[in-house]
Design a protein around this ligand. Structure first.
Ligand SMILES: Cc1cc2nc3c(=O)[nH]c(=O)nc-3n(C[C@H](O)[C@H](O)[C@H](O)COP(=O)(O)OP(=O)(O)OC[C@H]3O[C@@H](n4cnc5c(N)ncnc54)[C@H](O)[C@@H]3O)c2cc1C
Length: 345
């Protein structure tokens, strides 16, 4: 089994395959703009307007996190911070208040919970959501892949694949070839550039810029509508932009200034906070903002695990499990028909 891509989706898939008793080879090289390390690590199925089936899938993946991280810690000794004290979304939101696990906060309750925020008439607290340290999580996943005898990691980029009915060859950019019974396409925002896929994969890069400010005045992740703020150790992550600029993963001072202004509007004590870092990543976005997970309908040796857009950290554990089930010939733990590539015609 070959896996093209070494981000969180490729790694989570490899580990799920190994846990199910299979073996695989990850082919990948980190490219500037790779999304997984650039992310804010929010586990936020409750935010946004996802339709109920997709929201249920996101919630199921979020709920796998505690056991997943425990398994990784036992395997690697790397403890990954997981916070599930809830995410606060500012603003009265009638639709949100009808969802499970949501608590309405009036101005007084909000001030008590997060005194550093400017006063606000109301907010929603999504009690079951939270955030994970995605950088440490990547370290743990890479270490788990390294330790697992049934996972082979080959450093390098794949130039093209030649899939057949029951096998696949991948040609690396340096000319080496790799063979497997099948191939999982998990190359993030770059997936559409891969030569030899059985059909066009409608995934495009959408840049997100992030800022890291010194100081951690909040105890919850907060979404203000303009930005989100996520505690990360002794600092606060501020994100993010949504920009269609191709594969350009540079930052711009205009966007970083806007992020900072919006952060200070929500948390005035961040006004003089030193900037500890700024970066950008490329989200792999599909036209309907849902991932592509499943086998190619015409060439069963090709499986898709891509297009996770704004939610790939959240969706990694369940995506891995679903792809591993398909490879093992068993039914995925949840219905993934809605994520098939055939929906794009
Ligand atoms: C600023 C920002 C904030 C975000 N915040 C959140 C968040 O809070 N919560 C959340 O759930 N998600 C968030 N996301 C989205 C999440 O980061 C992505 O959905 C997820 O990381 C996608 O993972 P991936 O493995 O598909 O892609 P990537 O992490 O981009 O990994 C793909 C890998 O494949 C490699 N590759 C590419 N082409 C080839 C090739 N031809 N051969 C071999 N290897 C190849 C790349 O170099 C890369 O290493 C955010 C994204 C951004 C940019």
């Amino acid at each position: 089994m070959l896996i093209v891509g070494d981000g969180i989706i490729g790694l989570a898939t490899a580990i799920a395959i190994a846990r199910a008793g299979g073996s695989c080879r990850i082919l990948g090289r980190i490219t500037p703009g790779a999304a997984s390390a650039a992310s804010a690590g929010l586990l936020a199925p409750s935010i946004g307007n996802a339709e109920p089936g997709f929201r249920a899938f996101m919630s199921a993946s979020r709920d796998r996190y505690p056991a997943w991280l425990r398994w990784l810690a036992e395997r690697t000794g790397i403890e990954v911070t997981l916070d599930r004290s809830g995410i606060i979304e500012l603003g009265p939101n009638e639709i949100a208040s009808q969802r499970a696990g949501v608590e309405r906060l009036d101005a007084a309750a909000l001030e008590k919970l997060e005194p550093a925020l400017t006063s606000h008439p109301g907010a929603a607290l999504y009690r079951d959501d939270g955030y994970v340290d995605n950088v440490r999580l990547l370290d743990a996943l890479r270490e788990a892949a390294r330790c697992e005898w049934s996972i082979d990691v080959v450093e390098g980029r794949v130039a093209a694949i030649q899939p057949g009915i029951d096998s696949c060859t991948a040609t690396m950019e340096d000319g080496r070839t790799q063979h497997g019974r099948a191939v999982v396409l998990a190359a993030g925002a770059w997936i559409a550039l891969l030569v030899g896929a059985p059909r066009p994969v409608p995934v495009e890069p959408v840049r997100g810029q992030m800022l890291r400010l010194q100081g951690a005045p909040l105890s919850h992740a907060v979404s203000t509508g303009d930005v989100y703020l996520v505690p990360r150790g002794e600092s606060t992550l501020v994100g993010s932009t949504l920009e269609r600029v191709g594969f350009d993963s540079s930052t711009t001072s205009a966007a970083l200034d806007r992020l900072r202004l919006a952060a200070v509007a929500a948390v005035p004590s961040l006004r003089d906070a030193p900037v500890q870092g700024a970066w950008a990543g490329l989200r792999p976005m599909t036209p309907d903002a849902r991932p592509i997970i499943g086998r190619d309908p015409d060439l069963p040796s090709v499986l898709y695990a891509c297009g996770h857009g704004k939610n790939g950290i959240l969706l990694a554990p369940l995506t891995g499990e679903c792809v591993a089930s398909l490879i093992a010939g068993s039914a995925p733990p949840v219905d993934i028909t809605a994520f098939g590539i055939q929906r794009f015609g």
